[in-house]
Design a protein around this ligand. Sequence first.
Ligand SMILES: NC(=O)c1ccc[n+]([C@@H]2O[C@H](COP(=O)([O-])OP(=O)(O)OC[C@H]3O[C@@H](n4cnc5c(N)ncnc54)[C@H](OP(=O)(O)O)[C@@H]3O)[C@@H](O)[C@H]2O)c1
Length: 245
Amino acid sequence: MNAVLIIGATSAIGAALAKECASKGWRLYLIGRNKERLATVAAEAEVRGAAKVETRVVDFGAVEKCQQLGEWIEKRNDLCRAVILPGVLSDEFASLVDWNQNVLVNFTVPAFLGRLIGEKLGENDDGGQLVLVGSVAGDRGRQSNGFYGAQKGALEIFANALRHRCYLKNRKVKVALVKPGFVNTPMTEQIKKNALFSEPEVIAQKILRILEKGGSKSYYAPGWWFFIMSIIKAVPNFIFYRTRL
Ligand SMILES: NC(=O)c1ccc[n+]([C@@H]2O[C@H](COP(=O)([O-])OP(=O)(O)OC[C@H]3O[C@@H](n4cnc5c(N)ncnc54)[C@H](OP(=O)(O)O)[C@@H]3O)[C@@H](O)[C@H]2O)c1
């Protein structure tokens, strides 16, 4: 079994990861919202040597479609690795409807599918690897992106719980959460770039290493964000609240 499921394959990080996985000769199940972009990512994966590529278009905003995706995943018996990438950088002043949609994309659907995939991998004798994608924004509530940060923080708590649950069912199922810092992708196109930005390929390579070697904890991507976030988390409130972070 060497099939990998990439949910959010049309994201900048997901497309870079699909290329890496294809180069390994793995079988790919690619899920995305944008049909044309998904076809491009799939065609590139075939050129790079993927053993097989299957695609499926799903909008995380449509709950019944996510349910159907879950049923489809349950039938993929060669699945041993999965990554869940969709995310939306929420507008702090969006309407209630938009907020609801954002929670679906950033938390509810990744958690639902993560749980389902964890159960599925638990049926394999040799388990499998699941990677969820959080963010450094989930480490500490900040005035500039409290809503997005809260959802990514919740996803980390959920990943911890899922890891525990999977461990009890089949110790060979591993659950990792990758927390990128700033990445140069369409999500951050409005943000002025600085030296802290990484390219999507760097994050994709980190995820690939986890898929290959196995990982069952939270990982900063790149790893040096550990030092930055350790400082940010340690700053006392009486100083932190004077900043505009
Ligand atoms: N960029 C950063 O600085 C950064 C930092 C930390 C964490 N992250 C996380 O990294 C992950 C990948 O994001 P990215 O940086 O690669 O940005 P991106 O290229 O903008 O990708 C975001 C992806 O989410 C998908 N998406 C949004 N709403 C969706 C919906 N309703 N249904 C299905 N898919 C939906 C988008 O689909 P379409 O292709 O159809 O638009 C897109 O593929 C996200 O979870 C993000 O939160 C990013």
